[in-house]
Design a protein around this ligand. Sequence first.
Ligand code: ADP
Length: 363
Amino acid sequence: MEASFARSILVDAPMAVVAVDRTGAIRSSNTTADAFFGRSLTCEPALQIAQFIDDLELPCLTSPEEIAGFNARSRSAGDGVHLRAQGALGGQAFVDVRVAPFSVRDEDFLTMFINDVTPIVTAQTAVQDLQFQITYNWRLNSLGEIASMVAHELNQPLSAVINFLDAAKTLVARDSPDQTKITNYIERAQGQAERAADVIRRLRSLMSHDTGFQAPEVMAEVVAEIMPILVLSARETDAEILIEVSPEDVVRCDRVQIQQLVLNLVRNALDAPVTDRRRRVMISGLSTERGYRILVEDNGPGVAPEMTDRLFVPLASTKVGGMGLGLSICRTIVEAHGGEIRTEASSLGGAGFSCTLMDSEYV
Ligand code: ADP
């Protein structure tokens, strides 16, 4: 009964089983092994198992410790030490091999239990590929977002440079050019070009959450510095810009980032469609118990209902050609100042955006 049992295990086991001698020659194989390797393994002269499985070091396996070590490394649960095998029709396969020694008439043999782990390895590779793809796409998206952000922030100073240089060029073409005015326009263009360079530097610091640029600033001066751009933008839409910022207000902040914040909010206010009345935008500042509050209000139609929940989400926009980045940049800036940005009812009847900047002692 025992011999039949052993024979049934050897012949019919669902796992490939082969017996090799100490030179690695195959001396016996079951039907699963023959099917797996795609041929009868027991022919004359004897085939070497190394022809079918790479990197097998069977001749070294003499002591029980070496055999135990080999078996431990070969488990599928191990750290991926699957062996490569030539499956049926020469197809690439992966196997885990465990061995057990036996002797017959003073000759030593190894029984090899060969487990086909190709489906597991294929699935693991697919998961790894997917993970790589996800990470890659995420990086690509972030890169795209950063690129859009930079483009968005540079658009304003660069447009101003073009406008000032255009104005200077028009003056130069006149019969008796006014040198003072021309110089003034060129200096303004230069100022805006420097501002563009500054924006890039500050964006980099914003992304690395570096607050090194924060210093006590006179808010009225911070706003006054961007007045030329605000006036230019307002002229395009014949808007009126009102400013209520006390010259007394001194706030610890990043000057350029706060200017960027105000510019973005004013630009949005000027974009809001108004047909039946003159556009009005008000920028006001108010010292609070724990810091400072900047409010930008307009007399437009207010925020569209479908936008209220995703105003500060990147890429959310109702404008044709809008990038939907302005408000998300505003939020990043305000948060870098330990504060909060939110919408509020505007005293002018349209939308209002309130930004709190915390004094560093409260942050
Ligand atoms: P974008 O200006 O490119 O659309 P923003 O992030 O600056 O991106 O603005 C997102 C959206 O918020 C705008 O498309 C608009 O629908 C709404 N929004 C922002 N500011 C105002 C405002 N002052 N009045 C009405 N809607 C506004």
